[in-house]
Every structure is written in structure tokens, then in C-alpha cells.
Design a protein around this ligand. Structure first.
Ligand code: FAD
Length: 468
């Protein structure tokens, strides 16, 4: 293992883990502040996680997808900002914004692709050692594409590594079910949000596919499978959810405040009611048996049920990878695994619309000085993160690291007084019973996004909804 030891501590770079929209924005803000970022990205291209769901259309228009410091960096390159009102797909977000941003010379020089951060610690100090901790450089252990491992010394760490690589297990109670690892290894459980009607169509056409989960990604995958089944009638679709009713996924139908969302919910309901999607409610997965096909064993109020399918698409949400932070002194909300002060604001059990205020360095700080978790990962297991919130997080953190406390404390993100949930939708988005397995961002507290997709926000939290 090699180690870079050649730099004096005060001149060390600030490490940014991940080159998603928030990681790149963090680097842009650091550069503006005269700080020196080094960005470690596990993927072979910038924003690898967004590319993985690139076929999905965002529900936030461009005006909320571009960070202010990134825009300033791009301004000098002849970059054409996309139409503020248009809704990009993930691929368009990468091609029309994140890739050009990562190609700006100052960022390109800072970006290390194929560089997976394995661990973060303080040089020479494990988690139990306090003396001199705050003035000791961080040490990042990084593995490159060839498998070689290097330790990097940095003065601060901004962890923007998202949650895409750590989906929740399918088994009940937060644990993998018996046989789950084997089913993954056999390739009968896919990645979340596969491109069923496009790139991966051949894999799904004419097969029996089970979608597990009751949120935004489950709904999108089910509708795409419905389209595929129109063209490939042998395709069979099943859907398993833990709750006793799919009503929260259907949304407000014709009464929905946003017609596009209402149409999607209505389409999903119609597919279920027409028998095109076979729905299994109150279904908790207890085991998998893998042979030529996949058998899913579920516990239901009527007793044990076994489903036989060709493929399973997981849509059960994501959780942060905290293993790599084992040697860092963190202060996390015990339920949500977000920074402690942020947790109660976003906890899906209790979160209500309008309670997520823009926040920055102070709220995101940990006992470990100069260490921050930002972006999707900062929301821990909560599904409601929005890029615009992340951009404000990293603006404030860059100011704090540069010693500008006043700018770090200032709130520059302007959210409407009432979010889309409480005003634009007459409360219907967040008042709907929630999708408990939901993984992605919600409409809650969004700066007036045009919404296209299934709502995931929770007004009164899971505690207020029927569970059986
Ligand atoms: C399908 C979907 C739709 C969404 N739609 C919207 C929307 O419309 N509006 C909105 O505001 N938000 C939306 N979100 C939520 C959120 O804004 C996005 O997920 C966004 O990509 C989060 O940005 P990020 O930079 O925090 O993390 P990511 O985009 O996930 O980037 C993290 C990066 O870190 C890298 N990485 C991971 N682990 C390591 C490691 N150990 N070492 C080095 N690199 C690592 C990954 O490869 C990745 O490139 C959506 C999310 C999903 C999944």
C-alpha cells in the first residue's frame, strides 16, 4: 500500500467523496473559496449513480438542478444552460450538466475516477484517541481500478457518496431474508430501477417479474412493465407490498392537484384492477429459494405464501454506507441515520410538509471536526432528499471550511413559504398514506417542482397510517 506524505497539513486538499451532483457542487464551491478539492469517484465516469438510473425522468425542472457555483464555473466555457422549465432524465442531467461540469479544467484536475473510498480516519489515531485529533490530517484509504490501495492525507472530508450502492435488504425487519444473497448471486434479483422497456427489455420481455416495494421507483417500474406487456403479452407482472393497501401509491387519481401525477396513479390502479398486475398486500418476505426460477416465501395474514417468478425488481429503498466511516466520530439520529439534528426534520415516521428547512454546516456537523456528510447520504434512510437542498448544504460547508462563519450561517436557498405538498397540491401529496419502502426523493419541501411520478412525501408520517 502506498501513502502520499509529501504535503504540509495546512496545504492539504479537502476530500470530496463522490462526483454526483452534490459532490461536484461541493468541489465548485471549494474552488470559489480558494480551497483545493480532490474528488474520489468509485465509478469510471462522473455521476456514476445518476447514470445507473439515467432512463428515469426527474420531477425537478432544470432551474432546481443546477448549483449556483457550478453555473458560475460553467459560464466561462460556453456552456448552454438547458431550458429552466424542462424536466431532464438522469442521462440528460449527466450529459447536459454534470459531464460538462466535471470537464471544467479545475474540476477535471481534481477528479479521481475509479477511486473507491474504503475508509476514513485520522492519521495515526483510531476513533478512541482524542489528543491532537482536531489538528491531525484525515486519512482516506482509496482503492483504484487495479485493486491497489493508497492512503491519502486531507485536511477535511465532505462525504457525498450517496446511497445508491447500498439498497435496503428485501427481507423483513431490515435484514436480508434466508437465501437473499444467493438469489442476488444467481442474477434473479436485478438492480433497482432497471430500464425494463429500453436497454434491458430483452431481459424482461415474456418473463414473470415481481416488483417489491410501494414507492416512486416501484410505481415507475410497474408502469414500464405494463408498457412492455402490451408489446410482449407473455410478460407477467406481480407486485408485493408490506402494507395492506396500495392507496398511497395511487395518489389522488382524478382529484389529484397535479394532473400528470394523478394520471400515473390512475394508470397503475387501472393495471391492477384489470388484473394486468397481480397485487400481493401485507406481504413480508421471509425467504428465497433459487433454482431455474426464483421462489419468494412470504408471511401474510393468511399464512405463508410462495410466489414463483423469473425475476425480482427490488424497490425497497436505500440506506447509507456507514462501514467506511467506522473510525470517524459521528453523531447520527438513531432512527434515520442522518446527522442528529437533521434526523427529526426528515424522519419518514413523523415528517410533515414544510418542516425541512434549508440547512448547512452547523446542522450537518459531527463531533469529528471538519467532517461532513452531505447530499443523498445526509438524509440517511429518509427518502426525501432534493438536489437543491444539497447545493445549499455544500455552499455553507465550503464557507465554514474557508473560515467564513457568517456565510456558513446564512441561508441562501429560497424555498416557497409552503411547499408543493401543502399549497400546490392542496395537501394531497403528503397527506396521502405513505410509501413505506420508498427510496427516492419526494415532492415534500420541493421548491415548486413540476412533478411527474408517484408522490413519496409523508405529511403525518408512517405513524399515522394503517399498518397490518
Ligand atoms: C430515480 C431517482 C430520481 C430522482 N429525482 C430527483 C429529482 O427529480 N429532483 C431532486 O432534487 N432529486 C432527485 N433525486 C434524489 C437525489 O437528488 C439524487 O439521488 C442525486 O443524485 C443525489 O446526489 P448526490 O450527489 O448526493 O449522490 P449520488 O448522485 O448518488 O452520487 C454519489 C456518487 O458517489 C459515488 N460513490 C459511492 N460510494 C463511493 C465511495 N465509497 N468512494 C467513492 N465514490 C463513491 C457514486 O459512484 C456516485 O457517483 C432522485 C433520485 C433517484 C434515485
Amino acid at each position: 500500500m502506498s501513502k502520499n506524505t509529501d504535503t504540509a497539513p495546512s496545504r492539504l486538499p479537502v476530500a470530496v467523496i463522490g462526483s454526483g451532483p452534490v459532490g461536484l457542487a461541493a468541489a465548485a464551491h471549494l474552488l470559489e473559496r480558494g480551497l483545493n478539492p480532490v474528488i474520489f469517484e468509485a465509478g469510471s465516469s462522473p455521476a456514476a449513480a445518476v447514470s445507473a438510473w439515467g432512463h428515469v425522468r426527474l420531477f425537478s425542472p432544470w432551474q432546481y438542478d443546477v448549483d449556483a457555483a457550478a453555473r458560475r464555473l460553467l459560464a466561462g466555457t460556453g456552456w448552454q444552460e438547458p431550458d429552466a422549465q424542462a424536466l431532464p432524465t438522469g442521462n440528460e442531467l449527466v450529459e447536459q450538466y454534470l459531464r460538462p461540469l466535471a470537464a471544467v479544467p479545475a474540476l477535471r484536475a481534481a477528479l479521481r475516477l475509479n477511486s473507491e473510498v474504503l475508509a476514513v480516519t485520522r492519521e495515526g489515531l483510531d476513533k478512541t484517541r482524542t489528543g491532537g485529533r482536531e489538528s491531525t490530517p484525515f486519512l482516506l484509504r482509496v482503492r483504484d481500478a487495479s485493486g491497489s490501495v493508497t492512503d491519502h492525507r486531507v485536511r477535511a472530508v465532505i462525504d457525498a457518496s450517496g446511497t445508491w450502492n447500498t439498497p435496503n435488504p428485501l427481507g423483513q425487519a431490515g435484514l436480508p431474508a434466508a437465501g437473499e444473497a444467493e438469489a442476488y448471486a444467481a442474477g434473479v434479483i436485478t438492480a433497482p430501477l432497471p430500464d425494463v422497456a429500453g436497454r434491458e427489455r430483452d431481459r424482461f420481455a415474456g418473463r414473470h417479474v415481481l416488483v417489491v416495494g410501494a414507492g416512486h421507483s416501484a410505481a415507475n417500474t410497474l408502469l414500464a412493465l405494463g408498457e412492455l406487456a402490451e408489446l410482449e403479452p407473455a410478460t407477467r407482472i406481480s407486485w408485493a407490498i408490506r402494507s395492506s393497501s396500495p392507496a398511497g401509491v395511487y395518489g389522488g387519481g382524478d382529484l389529484d392537484g397535479l394532473p400528470a401525477r394523478g394520471v400515473l396513479g390512475s394508470r397503475l390502479r387501472a393495471l391492477v384492477e384489470a388484473g394486468r398486475i397481480e397485487l400481493h398486500t401485507s406481504f413480508r418476505i421471509t425467504g428465497f429459494k433459487t433454482s431455474d426460477s426464483l421462489t419468494i416465501v412470504g408471511s401474510t395474514p393468511a399464512g405463508e405464501v410462495q410466489l414463483n417468478v423469473d425475476l425480482l425488481v427490488p424497490a425497497t429503498g436505500f440506506r447509507p454506507n456507514l462501514d467506511m466511516l467506522r473510525e470517524v466520530r459521528l453523531d447520527l439520529d438513531p432512527a434515520v441515520e442522518a446527522p442528529r439534528q437533521l434526523g427529526p426534520l426528515i424522519d419518514p415516521e413523523f415528517h410533515s410538509c414544510g418542516t425541512v428547512e434549508p440547512h448547512g454546516a452547523r446542522l450537518l456537523s459531527h463531533p469529528e471536526k471538519d467532517f461532513y456528510i452531505v447530499g443523498m447520504k445526509s438524509y440517511g434512510r429518509a427518502p426525501t432528499f432534493l438536489m437543491a437542498t444539497g447545493y445549499e448544504q455544500v455552499r455553507s460547508i465550503a464557507a465554514a471550511l474557508a473560515g467564513d462563519r457568517e456565510a456558513a450561517e446564512r441561508v441562501e436557498l429560497v424555498l416557497p413559504e409552503t411547499g408543493v405538498c401543502s399549497m400546490d397540491l392542496g395537501g394531497s401529496c403528503c397527506d396521502a398514506p405513505a410509501a413505506e419502502e420508498e427510496a427516492e426523493a419526494s415532492c415534500c419541501a420541493a421548491p415548486e417542482p413540476a412533478f411527474l411520478g408517484i408522490p413519496t412525501g409523508l405529511a403525518h408520517g408512517r405513524s399515522a397510517r394503517e399498518e397490518s
